[in-house]
Design a protein around this ligand. Sequence first.
Ligand SMILES: [Zn+2]
Length: 299
Amino acid sequence: MKWKGKRQSSNIEDRRGQSGSNRGSGGFNPMLIKPLLKILFSKTGLIIVGIFLVFSFITGNNPLSILGQFFVGNNEQTETSKTYLGSSEENELAAFSATILANTEDVWNGILDNYREPTLVLFTGYVSSACGTTSSATGPFYCPGDEKLYLDLSFFQDMERKLNAPGDFAQAYVIAHEVGHHIQKILGITDKMQQLRGQMSEKEYNQYSVRLELQADFLAGVWAHHSQDMTHMMEKGDLEEALNAAFAIGDDRLQKQSTGMVVPDSFTHGTSEQRIRWFKKGFDTGDIEQGDTFNANPL
Ligand SMILES: [Zn+2]
């Protein structure tokens, strides 16, 4: 893909290096009380307290809050001021993802009126969202509750090394698939599915999930169609990369693979053949009207 130098989206939340669970932990260490009291009641301690009170009087700060910050620390601040230094390979993947997201914005703004651009959250390990706490082993996912895409960039490395689905266009397809879920949310399809959930058996619901997933593949194909019209980013072999990825991460292929590997957003994505066919249909037509996977028979 010829993606370098193109616009990068600003709808990125870089949470890499922050683990979802330990934010705001820590605090005052009780072991410090004795030595602190000792210092406080010594001569130097009294002088320090005096200087401190004068200082807070001049600056207008509450002396207790300054003391609190000094001794207890402000976890929120240390967390956000810590910049994550990824490897150059990882940072390039981050730049690539921001570029592809920008491109999906350009395409979908052209197709839908009042398109709400989603945010892409980059994370490492675990992430918390409106959908709960999720491990990166789940693979990339979209959370309808906060309309954000979640991606641990190591998934792209896994695609290449473990899933035999290499190539930048294969990675772009994964992002476009998650954006496809966002389109489904905007169009009200996701909410309809959620309503249906309580009214049917698990097995029936899974069949609907497959249709939802194949539609996201179709929408990724629609994106690729218009993206190519607009930017000509695709190069020879790129379409094959996406089709190969669709093949490699289909349910049937995944179940044949050994355990301990990652799976993109759930096990209910349809067979490799179905995924390729729907992506290709979106790519060939570029027409969202052609993507009614819910009434397609055969699927
Ligand atoms: Zn999906």
